[in-house]
Ligand binder design. Structure first.
Ligand code: HAM
Length: 420
């Protein structure tokens, strides 16, 4: 127990950090180009936020939240998704009084869901999300989908498919619910207990069931896009036109209904064609009612969330992980304990000159220092000591070619810095 991380959680070990940082750097650069600024919200929030925000009938709220009472008897929940916290902060910070649309992103926010752990499904994962408040036009969804496609292709992922759907608004969705219930009729008794439960509370989610017998029954169900009101229909058509004009291939997929209750109009997922069923790389959509629902002024909004672990999993499968940068370019070895202090000083000089440098911290012999330099992949070893040191020079060994040259100690840091 003591040396085992809790089930469904993963350490990011130092040797893997570069992958996360490479992906994060691309996310940050992308968000900046699209005009999104960073937001950080607490890891935990009042439970009520998610009950109201995410929805009381969703799996996330009913089965997956990490909820506990704090010492003041308040019900607290570890963030099970990023949108509700961003909306709460938007309202609390009165950002609706600032220039709108207000565009924000969160980077590797830890998200907690008590799920059955498996490949790509963790109990703690990290999300990059972009959220836009105050834009009612379909250009918002178009720019979000565009940003995602650019990010994923830039990272080296191919065979991506964009699946979009519209799940209507409070005007047209209830009418669709009736139509769907009418279609399901007696057949509901042959469906799984979850679908039976959803029949009254949230029939749309029946379309999302992964059970074979339920999938068979709903395959001929009426599609919600055929029941949209004029406003939702026109919004969805304009989004499709925008995506087509950008050359982004997409599929209209009536099975995409998403597992969170706040969506209105557009919902979308990006799926790897080679990926496992039910494991989208990314999900998002419009949530025009959520700011108001949580106590703010009526504000249209849309966004997406993407799991960094899933991106890294797909990059690994595609053999497209970022290249590992060197840890140390120059290892400064000392020729004996009496040279440890001058070697340390020289190492510090290299660092001040911008060189990735390291030196002995363990009191090792020269042979052991070389072995260590080799292990960490140092490109050069600078030798401090011996008669060279008395002559005011150091020896620099190229670890690949084994060539050696002498450099004046006075100018060495500067000269070596120019090599990188
Ligand atoms: P979501 O589809 O629940 O949406 O999650 C978004 C993404 O987070 C998924 O597509 C996946 O990459 C990742 N993810 C979700 N659950 C797990 C898990 N258990 N393990 C690993 N990765 C996971 C949301 O959370 C919405 N808040 C997205 C959104 C933002 N909609 C509008 N704005």
């Amino acid at each position: 127990m003591l040396t085992q991380a809790p089930k469904g959680t993963r350490d990011m070990l130092p040797q893997d950090a570069y992958m996360w940082q490479a992906v994060e750097a691309k996310m940050r650069a992308l968000a900046a180009r699209w005009g999104y600024r960073e937001i950080r919200t607490p890891v935990f929030e009042h439970t009520e936020l998610f009950l109201r925000g995410v929805g009381g009938t969703t799996d996330i709220v009913t089965k997956e939240m990490y909820t506990f009472l704090d010492k003041g008897e308040r019900s607290i929940t570890l963030k099970p998704e990023g949108t509700a916290g961003a909306v709460r902060a938007f309202i609390e910070g009165k950002l609706y009084n600032e220039a709108l649309p207000c565009k924000m992103y969160y980077l590797n926010a830890p998200i907690f869901r008590y799920e059955k752990p498996q490949a790509g499904r963790l109990r703690e994962h990290h999300q990059f999300g972009m959220e836009c408040f105050g834009g009612k036009e379909p250009t918002v969804e178009a720019e979000l989908i565009n940003a995602l496609m650019e990010l994923l292709t830039d990272l080296g992922l191919q065979n991506l498919s964009v699946h979009i759907n519209s799940i209507g608004c409070p005007d047209c969705r209830p009418k669709y619910h009736e139509k769907l219930k009418e279609y399901l009729g007696d057949r509901i008794k042959d469906m799984c207990p979850t679908c039976q439960e959803r029949f009254e509370k949230n029939p749309l989610r029946i379309l999302d069931c992964k059970e074979e017998k339920c999938k068979e029954i709903v395959k001929d169900a009426p599609a919600i896009i055929d029941c949209l009101c004029d406003d939702c229909k026109s919004h969805f058509e304009r989004l499709q036109a925008l995506l087509s004009a950008q050359g982004i291939p997409f599929a209209v997929d009536s099975r995409i209904v998403r597992g969170l209750d706040y969506y209105t109009k557009t919902v979308f997922e990006i799926i790897m064609q080679s990926g496992r069923e039910g494991l989208a790389l990314c999900g998002g959509g419009r949530y025009d009612g959520l700011v108001k629902e949580l106590g703010g002024p009526e504000t249209p909004a849309a966004g997406f969330g993407i799991g960094t672990e899933r991106i890294l999993m797909e990059l690994r499968n595609a053999n497209a992980l970022p290249e590992c940068p060197s840890i140390t370019d120059v290892y400064v070895a000392n020729l004996g304990a009496e040279m440890a202090a001058p070697a340390f000083t020289f190492c510090q000089n290299l660092r001040k000159n911008g060189v990735k440098a390291d030196c002995d911290l363990a009191g090792r012999s020269l042979k052991a220092q070389f072995k260590f330099a080799d292990k960490i992949g140092a490109k050069f070893v600078a030798l401090v000591g011996g008669d060279e040191y008395e002559r005011g020079v150091i020896k620099l060994r190229d670890m690949a070619t084994k060539e050696e040259k002498e450099i004046s100690l006075e100018t060495a840091a500067d000269e070596i810095a120019k090599m990188f």
